[in-house]
Design a protein around this ligand. Structure first.
Ligand SMILES: Cc1cc2nc3c(=O)[nH]c(=O)nc-3n(C[C@H](O)[C@H](O)[C@H](O)COP(=O)(O)OP(=O)(O)OC[C@H]3O[C@@H](n4cnc5c(N)ncnc54)[C@H](O)[C@@H]3O)c2cc1C
Length: 491
């Protein structure tokens, strides 16, 4: 039997879950809520990933919460600093007392008759149930139990350790060793310069290049603005400055890819030794922002290459040998330690099985409404951040919208809200419209997006501010039901 009922149940105590709780708790201090967290710690991504140099690759003025200025000098921050920021946010507002660790949500089912969710939770080897009026998923977007590692031929022959960055051994000793990092994404470009602190040499082995752009680790203007205007105002101005810059680069990448391509190439050439083969190692086959652009603070990756402590090999893996990796070109790459920075395994909504009135919900059959609710799922909100901008920009907007939605329901005496797609002209498209391999591998397991608003997945923060912070709640697509269970199509 359900033992406890809450007004709002948040799942996941990462950056998004803590932010969501802050918004809900501030707006409705008397509403009951809990955060169910599968792990024994908060912070999500920023607690899980422990590899050397782990850091953000977006600036903290946009990866930070709108309501809590980032006050450190570094704009591209280290993982532990981000983790502290999340935990301090939780502690200051007393949110940490609402987190229930070791609570893995495995299923959630909605009852229209009872107007509530019943959530099945695995805790200490047993299954318990909780009920809630509103379910708010902040479960991130990938499997926590392990990353993506392709099956490389003969990997078992290799005498040294093969490590995935998602499960970094605390005691890994790579001092004086030859390290090969397989991959070319954000994790690889972080690890390579970071591991040159102790390794004899670090090689980044990539199948194909990625766009990599150097930018200052410290944003001097942001720090000056904070000193001049104070933390809250300085932070807000920098946040908008960074949103505007990122939007400009993104839009130009889409509209004038050739221009951005040559801009990135010129910047790269300046940071590499004369005569370096830029086109083999740093000229991607795709256009900028077809996949996420990697940022490197203060050009650290290029500096490591210039100093001869790191190098890039662009080739394919034929197989492992006892002492390293044999490449398709026939060359042998010696290694003592191999790191497979080959990506994540995407997972929609923490793998939670969803049902409405006894009917199982197949996610690919649902449409995402405003990129934060699902067609046919009442009183349900989820957070998936932008792929072309900082995650938290969207997470904050989702939370703000949820607060407005709950207020709207209070004012009208509604107990249920559900997005309904009855527009036959809406065509479907992938929720994550992104060419990266890790997205393509799993996007079919996710809900779909629609061809036009409000089913389109917004990728523009400015548009989403208008839509989610200021747009009408009662837009005709979101249907409400009052306490007496009479369906209301309010307009
Ligand atoms: C290495 C790395 C670097 C990144 N850098 C950036 C960056 O610079 N900028 C950017 O915008 N984004 C970045 N991202 C994306 C990043 O994940 C988000 O920025 C952000 O941390 C996501 O926060 P979240 O709380 O939504 O999800 P997560 O951090 O993934 O947290 C989800 C939480 O939900 C819990 N959970 C999941 N399923 C369940 C369940 N069924 N029951 C109970 N609990 C559950 C998890 O245990 C976890 O604690 C990065 C991601 C990685 C992996």
């Amino acid at each position: 039997m359900p033992s406890e009922h809450l007004d709002v149940l948040i799942v996941g105590a990462g950056l998004s879950g803590v932010g969501a709780a802050h918004h809900i708790h501030t707006a409705f201090p008397r509403r009951t809520y809990a955060i169910l967290e599968a792990r024994e710690a908060s912070g999500g991504t920023w607690d899980l990933f422990r590899y050397p140099g782990v850091r953000s690759d977006s600036d903290m003025q946009t990866l930070g919460y709108r309501f809590r200025p980032w006050t450190q000098a570094k704009a591209i921050a280290d993982g532990p600093a981000i983790l502290d920021y999340i935990r301090e946010t939780a502690a200051e507002a007393g949110i940490d007392r609402h987190i229930r660790y070791g609570h893995k949500v495995v299923a959630a089912s909605w009852s229209t008759e009872d107007s509530r969710w019943t959530v099945e939770v695995q805790r200490d080897g047993e299954t318990v149930q909780l009920t809630a009026n509103f379910l708010y998923l902040c479960t991130g977007y990938y499997h926590y139990d392990g990353g993506y590692a392709p099956a490389f031929p003969d990997v078992e022959r290799f005498a040294g350790p093969v490590i995935h960055p998602q499960q970094w051994p605390e005691d890994l000793d790579y001092a004086g060793k030859k390290v090969v990092v397989i991959g070319s994404g954000a994790t690889a470009v972080t690890l390579v310069p970071a591991m040159t602190d102790k390794a004899e040499h670090v090689t980044m082995l990539q199948r194909s290049p990625t766009y990599i752009l150097a930018r200052p680790g410290e944003d001097k203007l942001a720090n000056r603005l904070r000193r001049l205007l104070g933390d809250p105002l300085g932070y807000m101005v920098t946040r908008w400055k960074n949103v505007a810059m990122a939007t400009l680069i993104y839009r130009l990448s889409r509209r004038r890819p050739g221009m951005i391509r040559s801009f990135i190439r010129n910047e790269t050439v300046k940071l590499l030794p004369p005569g370096y083969d830029v086109d083999t190692h740093f000229k991607p086959r795709y256009d900028p922002w077809d996949q996420r652009l990697c940022l490197v603070p203060d050009g650290d990756l290029f500096r490591a290459i210039r100093h001869g402590r790191a190098s890039v090999v662009t080739d394919e893996i034929a197989g492992f040998t006892e002492t390293g990796i044999r490449l398709r070109s026939g060359a042998d790459l010696p290694a003592d330690v191999v790191v497979t920075a080959t990506g994540l395994r995407l997972l929609a909504f923490g793998g939670i099985r969803l049902a409405v009135d006894g009917k199982e919900i197949k996610l690919p059959e649902t449409l995402a409404y405003k990129g934060m609710m699902l067609s046919g799922l009442p009183n349900f909100v989820f957070t998936i951040g932008y792929t072309n901008a900082s995650w938290t920009l969207k997470a904050d907007l989702v939370a703000e919208y949820t607060v407005r939605l709950l207020r709207h329901m209070d004012e009208h005496g509604y107990t249920q809200c559900v997005p309904v797609n009855d527009g036959p002209e809406i065509t479907e498209r992938p929720l994550l419209d992104f060419a990266a391999g890790y997205v393509q591998r799993s996007v079919h397991e996710f809900p779909r997006a629609g061809s036009r608003r409000p089913w389109q997945l917004g990728m523009s923060y400015a548009n989403d501010v208008l839509l989610l912070r200021h747009g009408r709640i009662d837009d005709g697509t979101l249907r409400f039901r009052a306490a007496e269970r009479r369906p209301v199509r309010s307009r």
